[in-house]
Design a binder for this molecule. Structure first.
Ligand code: UD1
Length: 371
């Protein structure tokens, strides 16, 4: 029997650690052939290649090379390029992950051709439609055929939106599979040494949401809060390209560079970054995935946002939403040891990829029966 082709859509930095465990698990099966389709949404070496290297992924089998643009430009370029691939050789399934523009674009292109789409990390909702990712999540989930969710809140969201029960499969959190796959290398990593820092005595910082970094007054206020915090606790700030450009454009970069206690770095590869996070006193971020990784590790996470699409990291984990004006008070609580370590949510156990493989196999390899 010919092997079923499965496209795994990888587009932007947070996608790569979701695709990697699934790629490795599917590549070990004899009934399917997983192909990595890189849309090219992220293209800098430290936003893409470094992750492929760290996660042991092969070079993408198909590269769409779309690059940056406005939301409509980027989405449209992915749809046009991916549709061509689909028409030449339609896969048995397209698997999209997360909530970036390419996730939604590939879903639309495939569904317009009546092809099967599965969404990994389905059902997350921030209920803030000013976030581009929320639009991508809603559109993807309403048309995808199969919704693999990480947590019960995601199942509930989908049910409320009228998704039939048989389309919802809770598989757990795939990011934890990546961490467990890479754990020996993460634990051997000494990123803090190379920065002259002591385990447990520094913070890690990331910032890239348009709502935090695209407005000069908002970003300026955050820079002031961070420089104040860094006076008490050294802070490693791994700067995303969007944030770097805006810090430069708003004349804020030199202020950060001059601030005592702030270590500015380029975006880090997965192992280097997780090696730093696992020994951090706290993490200050507006990322989605880092809220989950810190919950898994029980590390205090101060999320500079009003909403989260990952509420389980707050209800069960070590994550809290912190308005920028309250950053100093929240950090003081962490320093005083007054912060919950939380617990690991169900099915965040490093075995999500095998659960997905079993589910897909069951759908593709239906027994033909016999006498
Ligand atoms: C995208 C995702 C966001 C995710 C984030 C992780 C969407 C709507 N947003 O946001 O959900 O959390 O990735 O990083 O899909 N750039 C570079 N080099 C690169 C990539 C981008 O310099 O390799 C610069 C470009 O100026 C680009 C800007 O960063 O215009 C923003 O990139 P884009 O992919 O549009 O959005 P992100 O902010 O990275």
């Amino acid at each position: 029997m010919p092997r079923a082709t499965i496209h795994l859509i990888a587009a932007a930095r947070p996608n790569f650690m979701k695709v990697a465990p699934l790629y490795h698990a599917l590549a070990a099966e004899d009934w399917c052939e997983p192909l990595i389709v890189h849309t090219g949404q992220h293209y800098d070496a430290n936003m893409s290649d470094a992750f492929f290297d760290d996660l042991g992924l092969p070079k993408p089998h198909i590269h769409l090379g779309v690059g940056s643009g406005t939301h409509a430009e980027q989405t449209a370029r992915v749809m046009v390029a991916y549709e061509k691939i689909l028409m030449e050789a339609p896969p048995a399934w397209t698997v999209v992950v997360g909530d970036v523009n390419s996730t939604m674009a590939c879903t639309v292109a495939a569904k317009k051709l009546c092809l099967n789409v599965a969404h990994l990390e389905a059902g997350l909702r921030s209920r803030d439609r000013k976030m581009p990712e929320e639009i991508n999540r809603l559109l993807t989930d309403v048309i995808a055929d199969l919704l693999w969710t990480p947590s019960p809140d995601a199942d509930e969201n989908l049910r409320h939106e009228g998704v039939p029960e048989e389309h919802i499969v809770r598989v757990g959190n795939i990011m934890i599979d990546s961490y467990e796959l890479m754990r020996p290398r993460i634990e051997a990593e000494r990123t803090y040494d190379s920065l002259g820092l002591t385990p447990g005595a520094y913070g890690v910082m990331t910032l890239h949401r348009p709502s935090n970094v695209d407005d000069k007054a908002v970003l300026g206020g955050l820079v002031d809060s961070l420089t104040a915090l860094a006076a008490d606790l050294p802070l490693v700030f791994a700067v995303h390209p969007r944030t770097h450009k805006n810090l430069d454009a708003f004349g804020l970069w030199s202020k950060l560079e001059a601030a005592p206690g702030i270590h500015l770095t380029e975006p880090m590869s997965y192992i280097r970054f997780m090696g730093l996070v696992r020994e951090a006193k706290m993490v200050v971020t507006d990322s989605g995935g880092i809220q989950e990784e810190t919950t898994y590790l029980g590390i205090p996470c101060l999320t500079l946002r009003d909403t989260t699409e990952r509420p389980i990291t707050v209800s069960q984990g070590s994550n809290r939403l912190v308005p920028p004006a309250e950053l100093a008070a929240a950090a003081a609580k962490v320093m005083a040891g007054d912060w919950p370590t939380g617990q690991k949510p169900d099915l965040w156990d490093g075995h999500t990829a095998p659960r997905i493989v079993a589910d897909l196999k069951g759908r593709l390899c239906v027994p033909t029966g016999g006498a």
